[in-house]
Design a protein. Structure first.
Length: 491
């Protein structure tokens, strides 16, 4: 019996010593026993379809994979990955030394690195070296689940970094230079101490997939996405606690970028200056960067004298803003820029604004009125779920094209749409604008407000007035808007 127990115990110890590691390289499971041999390159070269050079080591105790001037090229005769992480990769680190390359040269679709579905690996790439990951026929990294963190290093992905399972992993880039073909459909994309510098139009944007939010980096060009540390962009704090990063040294432009200080000073009034002096010179501030104040406590960010041209994606999403006054230099309000600002009650948009992008004011439930400048030609889903709107004033002579959910159903039914004189028929015929049940021209609206502003003259009698301010002989029976005792009344 003792011998049998001793045998079982010894077999258990052996099994534990040779247990499968949290990482597979080219299909080879790196056990503790194999890792103890040191450089894994000879073992990799013994595999069919693998050519490896340099030094590759793995420490199972600390879950650290070290690539030291390592190059691994994998050409299997079946779909497989260069690096595969299992559910045991709870906190695995890839440490880079020198120049490293991982290439999946399989002629058909195959990933270079994969974080498997539902196993939720947590992988960190860091180190003073660099890494180039290539998959010419599929994804460089498939983030089915878990998280991939790139911290204080340089990585190039020749191929997409994406979730192709609709489950979604998280990509977090901190103080690193990352070049990638595309980044899409992830549960979250987080940039810490770094920013997208190329192409200029690339932005992080949420999208809805299977009723869930996913994120991707949108770009209209075919250029690679380049992310760099903001420190190399000239990030600097000014006297008013606002952080800026240089966009173009040639054009002397900079943008406001995010910083943790915003969440500390709850009542601080941040002021966006037109020009700031940074370490390398004087720069014109022409953009509030993506996510700059996102989710913070700020209640007021004046920019009345600024020359800001763009409000970035989700720049003020979920803030405590109460009023917003934009300068006439602003041409674009980005997607979700002021979404979920429930305390926002007043917006001043000036002539010169051209685009109010998707869901810019989503669920700003404190808004009761909005004036849309004549220069706005794009307004897609801009005021979705702004249920409290009572008055929508548009200055544009030719109705801009809007989608059916640019405004909530109750706003179409109950709010007053005020249009320029002579355009009422155009708006009544325009797609989706015609859904407004109460459309009046500006002069009629002004007449109504003139009567309503002097209620004492009308409060003591039962006279009804039409929207032109003309008295009616009796209580109207026709459906519409009227003035009664100095107030607007719907019949």
């Amino acid at each position: 019996m003792k011998k049998k127990l001793l045998y079982l115990f010894s077999m258990l110890i052996l099994a534990m010593s040779a247990r499968a590691a949290a990482v597979e390289i080219c299909g080879l499971s790196i056990t503790d026993e194999l890792a103890a041999q040191g450089n894994l390159v000879p073992a990799l070269n013994a595999l069919d379809g693998v050519v490896a050079t340099g030094t590759v080591t793995y420490d199972g105790a600390t879950q650290t994979l070290v690539l030291d001037n390592a190059e691994i090229t994998y050409t299997p005769d079946h779909e497989d990955e260069v690096l595969y992480f299992t559910q045991d990769a709870t906190n695995l680190t890839i440490k880079l030394k020198g120049t490293n390359k991982l290439t999946n040269a399989y002629a058909k679709a195959a990933n270079a690195i994969i974080l498997e579905r539902e196993t939720n690996p947590n992988i960190t790439i860091t180190g003073e070296g660099s890494l180039e990951v290539t998959s010419p026929n599929w994804y460089a990294v498939s983030l089915f689940s878990g998280s991939l963190k790139i911290i204080d290093t340089t990585v190039t992905f020749n191929g997409n970094v994406a979730d192709n399972s609709r489950i979604g992993g998280t990509l977090e880039i901190t103080n690193s230079t990352v070049t990638v073909t595309d980044i899409s459909r992830l549960q979250d994309i987080v940039l810490n101490q770094c920013a997208i510098v190329e192409p200029a139009e690339a932005v992080i944007r949420p999208c809805v997939w299977d009723n869930s939010y996913y994120y991707y980096i949108y770009k209209s060009s075919k250029d690679n996405i380049v992310i760099k540390p903001t420190s190399t962009l000239g990030k600097d704090e000014t006297w008013d606690c606002v952080y800026y990063a240089i966009k173009s040294k040639k054009e002397k432009t900079a943008m406001v970028v995010a910083d943790d200080f915003y969440s500390v000073y709850r009542d601080h009034k941040y002021y966006i200056q037109p020009v700031v002096n940074l370490a390398s010179g004087s720069y014109r501030i022409n953009e509030i960067g993506d996510y700059a104040f996102n989710g913070t406590y700020v209640t007021n960010v004046p920019m009345d004298e600024s020359v800001v041209e763009r409000i970035g994606v989700s720049a003020f999403e979920m803030c405590n803003l109460k009023t917003v006054t934009l300068p006439s230099t602003v041409k674009t309000i980005g997607k979700y820029a002021y979404s979920y600002c429930s305390e926002l009650t007043d917006i001043q948009l000036n002539e010169g604004l051209e685009c109010i992008d998707d869901y810019a004011f989503l669920q700003c439930i404190g808004l009761t009125s909005i004036t849309i400048p004549s220069t706005v030609n794009t307004m897609v889903n801009a005021f979705t779920k702004c249920f409290s709107l009572k008055t929508v004033i548009v200055k544009r002579q030719q109705p801009a094209d809007i989608t059916y959910d640019t405004f909530p159903v109750n706003v179409y039914d109950d709010a007053t749409l005020v249009v320029p004189d002579g355009t009422i028929e155009a708006y009544k015929a325009a797609r989706n604008w015609k859904k407004f049940q109460h459309i009046v021209e500006q002069s009629a609206y002004d007449a109504v407000n003139s009567i309503a502003a002097t209620p004492a003259a009308n409060a003591s009698n039962d006279t009804w007035y039409d929207l032109q301010g003309r008295s009616l002989p009796s209580q109207p029976t026709k459906h519409g808007l009227y003035i009664y005792k100095g107030k607007k009344v719907t019949r």
